[in-house]
Design a protein around this ligand. Structure first.
Ligand code: FES
Length: 327
């Protein structure tokens, strides 16, 4: 496979892969099978890992790997079409064809699985099933006990049901919640409270689900509480009314109300790397030379936010009149 020198995340490797298969998995959800163009093995990955997919025009989108982590002949991702998204899902659903070559990052894992847990309890909402499916596969391979609570609008909106049912034949438990069928919603507070103290808990889903999960898990040992957001926990700063100065060119731009710093840069044809546009992935991390950021991301640690040396320009704003960026 072609290995390309640089990546959206500094230091990471980029790969050229070929789209081998596209399949409708559920209403609005399509899966993509990616293989090395030359048929060689792909870099190994672990359950919970994701790849960054580079979309022409500078967009980068992160997608969890859903296939068995033991596989090195392919990567599988699934994409939910978001009608009001920022274009990544619309491009994925409309443009690539089987046989096309695409550019991705090597897998990275910000949501690793504790493989030796006495019990793993997985909470999935909608497309949040993707990293958790890879975890269920891995736990089944290891023969470790797992339980999956999977919530979706209807069976037609729930991807990978057949594969999950097969996995349960090897020891896992599956609790399906389809909102349209009158099944009571997941009682996260109760399920988390009833979980054995040494169980590891994982959650991936919409913002409200993650927030409920974190509230329910607040008193548990935090090393056993794991989550991955695909929507930010805090709204982006769009009040505007401040200037950004690009240190290297000296260019000064005014951020208007309704715009983020990233919007302002892109509107002025300034090319920067970004991916999730939601303060989650870290791709748009930018150095701060001067000024006080208004941090809105879920990526930087509290300590990093206090130090004010970096800002996620896709969602964070400024508390000072001027922000000087290392751009
Ligand atoms: S683009 Fe992902 S954190 Fe900004």
């Amino acid at each position: 496979m072609a290995i390309i020198a640089s990546n959206s995340a500094p230091g990471a490797t980029q790969l050229e892969v070929r789209l081998r298969q596209v399949r409708l998995e559920a209403d609005g959800i399509v899966s993509y099978e990616l293989v090395a163009a030359g048929g060689e093995a792909l870099p190994a990955f672990s359950a919970g890992a994701h790849i960054d997919l580079h979309i022409p025009g500078g967009m980068v989108r992160s997608y969890s790997l859903v296939n068995d982590p033991a596989e090195t002949h392919r990567y599988m991702v699934a994409v939910h079409r978001v009608p009001d998204g920022r274009g990544g899902s619309a491009w994925m659903h409309g443009v690539p064809r089987v046989g096309d070559d695409l550019r991705i990052s090597a897998p990275k894992n910000d949501f690793p699985l504790a493989e030796d847990a006495s019990l793993s309890i997985l909470f999935a909402g909608g497309i949040g099933i993707t990293p958790l499916l890879a975890m269920a596969r891995r736990l089944s391979t290891l023969g470790r006990p797992w339980r999956l609570h999977y919530s979706a609008r209807s069976p037609q909106h729930a991807a990978f049901l057949d594969e999950l049912r097969v996995l349960t034949q090897h020891g896992g438990e599956l609790d399906l919640r389809f909102n349209s069928m009158g099944v009571p919603r997941l009682d996260l507070a109760r399920l988390v409270k009833d979980a054995p103290a040494d169980a590891h808990l994982y959650c991936c889903g919409p913002r409200s689900m993650i927030d409920d999960f974190l509230a329910a898990s607040a008193s548990r040992p935090q090393a056993t509480v794991h989550y991955e957001r695909f929507a930010a926990g805090t709204d982006a700063a769009t009040a505007g009314g401040f200037d950004v100065v690009l240190q290297h060119s000296g260019l000064r731009l005014h951020v208007l109300p309704g715009k983020t710093i990233l919007d302002t840069l892109l509107d002025n044809d300034i090319s920067v790397q970004y991916s999730c546009s939601s303060g989650i992935c870290g791709t748009c991390r930018t150095g701060v030379i001067e000024g006080g950021p208004d941090h809105r991301d879920d990526y930087l640690t509290d300590q990093e936010k206090r130090e004010n040396r970096s800002i996620m320009i896709c969602c964070s704003g400024s508390r000072s009149k001027t922000l000087v960026l290392d751009l």
